[in-house]
Design a protein around this ligand. Structure first.
Ligand code: NAD
Length: 508
């Protein structure tokens, strides 16, 4: 199984053995057993174990980048810059941060109402976390969950995409000898195995992938009452204002749209440029795009993705859009030149502006002003990241608060996925998942309160028996705490004190 051809050079890739679905229950059970002793370890020991990953990633940089190029078809530079270096940063960040992030928080209730009580809330690991990932960033996306999940004391059962199983196997090899058997289990298979994993005895699911798969997983998790984190598709917009730095903006748009051949959830798939700067900006974007070589933009990873991008292009052209750049998609199903489109006619309502393309198309729509740009940006059912390009950064920060997106960058796009400390998240059909940053611990851990009561009284005020004195205490307390005016409060206090004495000292 998985003896696929490389999108990079068409060579036969070594076959990968699929995991039989029947093995899943025992693998998940093994993970559960491993998780128990892994969670018992002091967090400092888990940090010691995983810190070594940073050096392993860096010393195997060429091997990792070469494999990603073969399996995904992306340029070697991009593979190194997106799949190796940020992962080393990720390991460093989590190893530095996790002990503090897992510190218990003190619970110290009001001693008059709750005498002698003190507790703490800990972040308990979920147990066994199922991780299911796509093919476009086959090293970086899985590690973003595996590293914090393991540090937090979970075991992970990880199913990489069937398009990039070798990258999944490489991840397993990176952890060899660092964690006990069963703490990280890599299983190989397609949709059926993913479905079976979600339905197995796991405690949480972290998923990155398409909207339909995310929806199916959300339903399955809801049935089982287990949490799921969903990072789904995107249709990122870039808003270009009249005072932008044209050179930087044009370079940023071209990279943001065409890196990884546009097969990026946060690729720029819509540009809204205000009229005043539109012609200048478009001319520069077109010139920069025509100057790209095939080694800059990589290949389409799957023929299905090629066909989808072609269908979006065709529907835009039929609706009146104009192609501004050179070249046309090749019949080989892998080559797709970076294509800049001018949105005209009814093409603003065509697939290329409304549905995720996940390919190297950059449609540009001229708008009257920033208000129109924001309205159109927010009209999408997706909302992952949005960028605003302007020199007036203070003004842009105010505009950012009017955008639905999970991430807003001003004068840059998408690169924050590489910042381990910042949340990567969306709204709407992009899903509600969070990876990166402390907020991702909400999916990977659950709060557990442990409270100690040192009150030596034989009973609490609110325990049985329920008596008239207790009733007086309850209602007088409500008035004293603000449920009545000044005189009512004085009167309530006069009732409260004797009722309390009766209740506490004379078993009333
Ligand atoms: P996909 O949904 O087809 O597959 C993703 C993974 O889910 C694969 O491992 C696949 O085997 C598995 N799977 C498929 N059906 C399943 C099911 N019913 N139950 C459980 N698992 C199942 O997505 P893809 O084509 O691999 O990836 C492209 C999509 O991923 C795009 O929509 C892209 O935007 C999205 N993506 C999102 C982010 C983000 O951070 N928001 C990042 C990268 C990619």
């Amino acid at each position: 199984m998985f003896a696929t051809l490389s999108p990079f050079d068409g060579t036969d890739l070594s076959p990968v053995t699929a995991t039989p679905a029947g093995d899943l229950p025992s693998l998940v059970e093994g993970a559960r057993i491993a998780a128990a002793s892994w969670a018992d370890l002091d967090v400092a020991l888990r940090v010691d174990a995983l810190a070594k990953l940073e050096q392993r990633l860096l010393s195997r940089a060429e091997e990792i980048a070469s494999l990603v190029r073969l399996e995904v078809g992306k340029p070697l530079e991009e593979a190194a810059l997106a799949e190796v270096l940020p992962n080393a940063d990720l390991v460093r960040y989590w190893c530095d941060a996790i002990e503090e992030l897992l510190l218990p928080t003190l619970v110290d209730p009001d001693p008059l109402s709750y005498p002698g009580k003190r507790g703490h809330v800990v972040r308990a690991p979920r147990g066994v976390v199922a991780l299911i990932t796509p093919w476009n960033y086959p090293i970086a996306i899985p590690l973003r969950t595996i590293v914090p999940a393991l540090l937090a004391g979970n075991a992970v059962v990880f199913k990489p995409s069937e398009v990039t199983p070798r990258a999944g196997a490489l991840i397993a090899s990176l952890f060899e000898g660092l964690v006990p058997a069963g703490v990280l289990t890599v299983i190989q298979g397609g949709a059926d195995l993913g479905r079976a994993l979600v339905l197995s005895n796991v405690d949480a699911v972290v998923f990155t992938g398409s909207v339909p798969t995310g929806r199916a997983i959300a339903v399955a998790c809801a049935e089982r009452f287990i949490p799921c984190s969903l990072e789904l598709g995107g249709k990122d917009a870039a808003i270009v204002l009249a005072d932008c730095d044209v050179e930087r903006t044009a370079n940023g748009l071209v990279w943001g749209a065409f890196t990884n051949a546009g097969q990026n959830c946060a690729a720029i798939e819509r540009v809204y440029v205000v009229e005043a700067i539109a012609e200048k900006l478009i001319a520069r974007v077109v010139a920069l795009t025509n100057a790209l070589s095939s080694s800059d933009t990589g290949r389409m990873t799957t023929t299905a993705q090629h066909a989808k991008a072609k269908a979006h292009l065709d529907s835009a052209l039929e609706a009146g859009a104009k192609v501004l750049t050179e070249g046309s998609p090749d019949a080989d199903g892998r080559t797709f030149p970076p294509t800049v489109l001018r949105i005209e006619g009814t093409s603003a309502d065509s697939l290329v502006m409304t549905e995720e393309t996940f390919g190297p198309l950059l449609p540009i729509q001229v708008v009257a002003d920033e208000n129109e740009a924001i309205r159109l940006t927010n009209a999408s059912r997706y909302a992952l990241t949005t960028s605003i390009w302007t020199k007036k950064t203070r003004h842009a920060q105010a505009l950012a608060t009017r955008l639905r997106s999970g991430v807003v960058t001003i004068n840059n796009h998408a690169f924050t996925a590489a910042l381990a400390a910042t949340p990567w998240t969306g709204v709407g059909d992009t899903g509600t998942g969070v990876t990166n940053g402390p907020h991702c611990l909400t999916s990977l851990t659950r709060p557990r309160l442990i409270l100690v009561d040192t009150n030596s009284a034989s009973r609490e005020l609110w325990w049985y028996p329920y008596t008239p004195a207790l009733r007086t205490v309850a209602f007088a307390m409500a008035v004293v705490r603000g449920g009545g005016g000044f005189f009512a409060r004085v009167a309530a206090l006069a009732k409260l004190v004797p009722a309390l004495v009766k209740r506490l000292f004379f078993r009333g």
